[in-house]
Ligand binder design. Structure first.
Ligand code: PAZ
Length: 347
């Protein structure tokens, strides 16, 4: 255990420096939010990918969090399809909406292309590049969606690398997005480190191996969801994710998060089944969660969302679970907005 007091959100931001690009990034987000306000669109902030924890100021080594960014990139596409404008805040070089279909490791882009000599060409004419026939239909559908999103200006992307970049960006983007009040949806799918090394404890240069084994004491990352709910967002609909490897912890951990932070929904998923099933956990009553553990089962509502598991590891599941997740969230978000409006008019 660290001897110093744990970081609160406030002490974290007072002592850890902001990333150099923060001001520039936020101007871009502000402009995007203003455009969406004019168009009366709902906006979702999607966070995606893992965060790093550098061990040195001149960083050679770092800890990383597991995440390819599949959940975030795929969900962003479905949110766009559902009519949301999307701020996609992702780990640098992790998967992104649309280009994810052509990831270099699973579906290399060069394999889509063929070199073709024009049929009646002179011997010295330049060969043509064309898309392989069997790939054209899929590529056309991805490209059409991509171009349409570009033309409508509904996707804004931002990148982070370290957990520090992530925290500063999350706070600033949430504050900008709060202008949309309940029309803002926060979809926190990034895998964020629970521990970090404060700048004040970091070695300036590469840690040397001469002293034998390495002992590092890390501090706990502050629980910023509380500040997000109470201070940074005004009335937004907040969805956090909970990843566990022990299935027995899924429900208790999701319930504990809702009790502790007071947000709207936790999507719980287990590492090995996350692509085929997730659990939506919400408080049964939007206004209060009983303290008595005996009432716990009735205090929360849990709903599984599932898609078919592919029959072989290489078979592609026809349906992506993110489609189901986003459809259900869009429905719940809209219902929640309407309930809030109704309550306001009844006052
Ligand atoms: O990015 P990915 O598709 O490989 O994984 C998604 C995920 C498991 C990181 C996400 O669904 C999630 O649970 N994020 C929150 C992780 C956490 O508990 O910090």
């Amino acid at each position: 255990m660290s001897e110093s007091a744990p970081f609160s959100a406030e002490s974290y931001f007072a002592t850890q420096p902001p990333p150099a690009s923060l001001e520039h990034d936020i101007l871009g987000v502000r402009e995007f939010v203003q455009q969406q306000l004019k168009k009366d669109r709902n906006v979702v902030l999607v966070t995606s990918g893992g965060t790093t924890v550098p061990l040195e100021l001149n960083v050679v080594r770092f800890l990383d969090n597991f995440s390819a960014g599949t959940r975030g990139a795929t969900s962003a596409e479905y949110f766009l399809k559902a009519g949301y404008a999307v701020i996609f805040m992702h780990r640098q070089f992790s998967l992104q909406p649309f280009s994810r279909h052509y990831s270099h490791s699973t579906n290399p882009f060069l394999d889509f292309l063929e070199i073709e000599a024009p049929p009646d060409a002179a011997p010295d004419s330049t060969p043509q590049i064309c898309v392989a026939k069997e790939k054209r239909e899929d590529l056309m559908s991805v490209l059409t969606a991509y171009k349409s999103v570009q033309a409508s200006g509904t996707l804004h992307t931002l990148a982070f690398v370290t957990v520090n970049d992530y925290l500063w960006l999350l706070r600033a983007v949430s504050q900008e997005l709060s202008a949309l009040r309940r029309r803002a949806l926060y979809y926190l799918a990034a895998a964020v480190s629970d521990f970090f090394l404060p700048r004040q404890k970091m070695s300036e240069h590469k840690i040397q191996s001469g002293k034998g084994s390495l002992h590092i004491e890390m501090d706990q990352v502050p629980k910023i969801l509380k500040s997000m709910v109470d201070e940074w967002t005004k009335d937004g609909f907040i969805v956090s994710f909970k990843l566990e490897t022990d299935p027995a912890l899924l429900i208790p951990k999701a319930r504990a998060a809702l009790k502790r932070y007071g947000h709207q929904l936790v999507i719980a998923n287990e590492l090995h089944t996350r692509k085929y099933q997730v659990l939506f956990v919400t408080p049964s009553s939007p206004t209060s969660i009983p303290d008595d553990p005996a009432d716990e089962d009735s205090a929360f509502t849990e709903t599984w969302l599932r898609v078919d598991i592919p029959s072989t590891p290489s078979a592609v599941s026809q349906k992506e679970i993110e489609e189901e997740i986003v459809l259900e969230l869009a429905r719940r978000h809209s219902e929640w907005i309407n309930e809030k409006k109704l309550r306001q008019t009844q006052r």
